[in-house]
Write a protein of this length. Structure first.
Length: 426
């Protein structure tokens, strides 16, 4: 009877956990929406966009005129043949300057900043897809954990019934003490299995809560989506290589590095600037202090002749950065091709595994029902009946796991081509 009391307390605990989880029903679309609002990684990605936009604005601002206030005060000692004069010159005025030609450096800086901004947008899209994928996986894993708990509870309930039946038959002298001990052992194993399943459910719930910010998230509705975009390996690979955000970001950085190389070369070329000023001050003028005002406009041409190696070093640095960016693009393509190939093979295997577990579950259910009837008719032993029941529950869990694994693989493939969020939304 102590075993039955333990069973009752475990079932009560499971009921309590399930009741608490029902506090906030969340569909997969709700979970994704909450996660996109909650994930700090998206805040960092958006901050990166703001930084890149500011950089682009700065690059454009450098091509326009600048103006400012100029003030000056100092001390000047002048010696003449017959005398010396001490003076404190003072002046204040406005000055404007415009770099009208920079050998293409300003234009290259704008191109680099724009490409970097595009990379930041691609990185945000990539971060969103990662968040959506993580949330979908957490949602599916929590649903799987709930179904495993249901199976564990059903297994425990079945073995509790078997325990009562075996004890009743033992009192009537139809079975031995060994039979009751074996049934009790199975009951204890079922209790332990339920405890493990509940622990896994708690872990899955904690992960989903962390991602969504919902403390009592209870997944409801199917974790499914359209798989029309996964028609064939070739179409999937081509779509991934054309749409993947990480690859797009790497390509944008490569473009930006090319513009940076152009800028590094142009910064040491000829430049033309226009400058205008208007000042008013007080200086010595023919030995007498007098107020002086001037207005002027100037054109400056600068042609660097000797830079002490700065030009060559700057160019080498930009070439190295471009080479690294080109390598990153190639590496991203190779990794994506490998990922698609691996996931596609995994997808085919998961489909076969699901078909096998469905057939196995149907066969195990028939075997379990038949073994129990044959045991009651005296045609099979108690061990046979208990083994058949265990096998049936195991195949149920295996089918649930196979369904979840297939969904996760499909979601990962769609995420590689930036299609998972849109597919779940539809």
């Amino acid at each position: 009877m102590s075993r039955l009391k333990t069973f009752s307390s475990v079932v009560a605990l499971a009921t309590l956990v399930t009741g608490a989880a029902n506090a906030q029903p969340v569909s997969v679309q709700d979970a994704v929406r909450l996660a996109l609002q909650n994930d700090p990684a998206l805040e960092r990605a958006e901050a990166g966009i703001a930084q890149s936009r500011a950089g682009a604005d700065m690059a454009r601002a450098a091509t326009g005129p600048t103006a400012g206030l100029r003030a000056e005060v100092g001390a000047l000692e002048t010696d003449f043949t017959t005398d010396s004069v001490s003076q404190i010159p003072r002046s204040v005025g406005l000055q404007a300057e415009w770099n009208v030609y920079s050998s293409g450096a300003n234009r290259a800086a704008i191109g680099a900043a724009d490409a970097y901004q595009q990379a930041a947008y691609s990185q945000l899209a990539s971060a969103r897809e990662r968040t959506v994928l993580q949330t979908f996986e957490a949602f599916a894993q929590m649903q799987l954990a709930e179904r495993v708990v249901d199976v564990a509870e059903a297994r425990l309930e079945t073995f509790a019934i078997r325990m009562r039946q075996t004890e009743a038959r033992f009192e009537q002298g139809e079975v031995t003490r060994t039979d009751t001990a074996m049934t009790e052992a199975r009951l204890a194993s079922a209790e332990a299995g339920l405890g493990v399943a509940q622990a896994q459910l708690s872990a899955a719930k904690a992960r989903l809560s962390r991602l969504t910010g919902a403390e009592d998230a209870n997944p409801v509705g199917p974790a499914s989506f359209s798989t029309d975009l996964l028609a064939s390996y070739e179409t999937t690979l081509n779509r991934v290589l054309n749409e993947n955000s990480d690859l797009e970001a790497a390509r944008a950085v490569q473009v930006s590095s090319g513009h940076q190389l152009e800028e590094a070369r142009a910064r040491f070329g000829p430049s033309v600037s226009v400058r205008a000023r208007a000042t008013r001050g007080e200086e010595m003028y023919f030995f007498f202090g007098d107020a002086i005002s001037d207005v002027g406009a100037f054109v400056s041409v600068e042609v660097p002749l000797f830079t002490n190696g700065m030009r060559q070093a700057s160019e080498r640095q930009a070439i190295a950065a471009r080479s690294a960016a080109t390598a990153d693009v190639r590496d991203a393509r190779l990794q994506l091709s490998e990922a698609v190939s691996s996931l596609w093979g995994d997808l085919q295997a998961r489909r076969l595994a699901l078909d096998a577990t469905i057939r196995a579950e149907a066969a195990a259910e028939l075997a379990s029902e038949g073994a129990q009837r044959e045991y009651e008719a005296g045609l099979r032993t108690l061990v046979d009946a208990l083994e058949a029941e265990t096998e049936f529950r195991d195949t149920q869990i295996a089918r649930f796991q196979a369904e979840t694994n297939l969904l996760v693989v499909q979601a990962r493939l769609l995420s590689l081509s930036n299609d998972l969020e849109a597919t779940l939304s539809n």
